[in-house]
Design a protein. Structure first.
Length: 383
């Protein structure tokens, strides 16, 4: 009976069956029981087992099924002086650590962070979001976080995570020198940078930051100022559209008045013409107010286009090309008999020398009107 009571106090299976994702560390409840030689240790996926002897970290075990002997407890064997193995029960604390990622861990700045902004000077902003962490270094986590606790829940490290990420956010803003508008517009990019700033600090507690989501909140007065700036831009664009529409309308009125004035000289269209002109002037003035001082300068005078050049012809004079001659000179030559319809001529663009009477522009020079009828009384009829 005494032997049966003694053996009931020995621990022969060590395992952690809790499937909670919010528990980060749990100490196996040994109490006054002792672990017997050859006991079974079961470490499941996402767990890590750590043996602690008199406050000192001994052996670690990853996922697997183990039989506890002196061969797989080398550190504990050294600490307890098992030079040739052990056959009797032994005392040791066993901690199970949850190494799976802990998601949906919220963080946020308890107090606003002051930022020097190029547009709004000194601005106080708040930041918050979510992060994913996991236990990475069992020895550091045991020493810095667990201590003598028998159970470490997520709530116990949430304040540590919040404070660490908040300091990392302040350092990131100070180093990047970004203004509040850039902080809000580049939150996805800055989330990755914030993780790089926070992860080294979290590793000091044996934790690893896998991802961080960042959301920057601006003061209400800054948000209102940005909203007013956007609204002002919309109003200015609307005013420009109205000026453009008015100018187009006045131009149409001016064109209609000019057409009506040509069809009805002296009519009421003159008044319409003047009204359209005044409206056009008003539209130009309004356009100049929007466009700026350069648009208000008077238009520069435009030079008239050059007069078209008269066509000149070369004329055959006894087998020699003479000229070129303009139209008045050609008319004089026709009158003097020096140029006839059979005289060949040539000018730029013609395929070759052609009789002047066959050139459409010169044919009219040789159209001689018929002789006038005789001027006298008609002959008397014969009786």
């Amino acid at each position: 009976m005494v032997f049966k009571k003694f053996t009931s106090q020995l621990v022969d299976i060590i395992e952690w069956l809790d499937d909670s994702r919010t528990t980060l560390a749990w100490r196996f409840p040994r109490y006054h029981n002792e672990i017997k030689n050859g006991a079974e240790l079961i470490v499941r996926e996402g767990q890590r087992a750590v043996f602690v002897y008199r406050g000192q970290l001994a052996d670690e075990f990853g996922p697997g099924h183990y039989r506890l002997t002196s061969e797989n407890l080398p550190v504990l064997s050294t600490l307890q002086g098992w030079k040739h193995g052990f056959n009797s029960p032994f005392r040791s604390e066993v901690y199970f650590l949850n190494t799976r990622p802990v998601t949906e861990l919220r963080w946020g700045t308890a107090n606003p962070v002051t930022i020097r902004d190029p547009d709004f000077k000194m601005v106080q902003v708040r930041a918050n979001g979510m992060c994913v962490i996991r236990v990475d270094d069992a020895a550091v986590f045991l020493r810095e976080v667990i201590g003598t606790d028998s159970n470490v829940d997520l709530d116990e490290v949430q304040e540590l995570v919040r404070r660490t990420i908040t300091l990392a956010f302040s350092d990131m803003v100070l180093q990047t020198g970004l203004g509040v508008l850039d902080l809000q517009g580049r939150q996805v990019e800055l989330s990755e940078q914030l993780k790089d700033f926070a992860d080294p600090r979290m590793r000091e507690y044996g934790l690893k930051v896998q991802s961080i989501m960042l959301n920057v909140t601006l003061p209400q007065e800054i948000t209102d100022a940005i909203t007013r700036g956007v609204a002002r831009g919309v109003e200015e664009q609307g005013f420009l559209d109205q000026v453009t529409d008015m100018q187009r309308y006045q131009q149409g009125r001016l064109g209609d008045a000019m057409v009506a004035g040509a069809q009805n000289p002296g009519g009421s269209s003159v008044g319409d013409f003047l009204g359209a002109g005044m409206g056009m002037a008003m539209g130009q003035q309004m356009g100049g107010m929007v466009a700026g001082p350069q648009a208000q300068q008077p238009p520069q005078p435009v030079a008239p286009p050059p007069m078209p050049t008269a066509v000149q012809y070369h004329v055959d004079q006894g087998g020699q090309a003479a000229g070129p001659f303009a139209m008045p000179q050609l008319q004089s030559m026709v009158a003097a008999g020096r140029l006839t319809a059979q005289t060949v001529v040539w000018t730029q663009g013609m395929a070759g020398w052609t009789p002047a009477g066959r050139v459409p522009e010169l044919a009219a020079l040789f159209d001689v009107p018929p002789p006038l009828p005789p001027q006298g009384p008609p002959p008397m009829p014969q009786s």
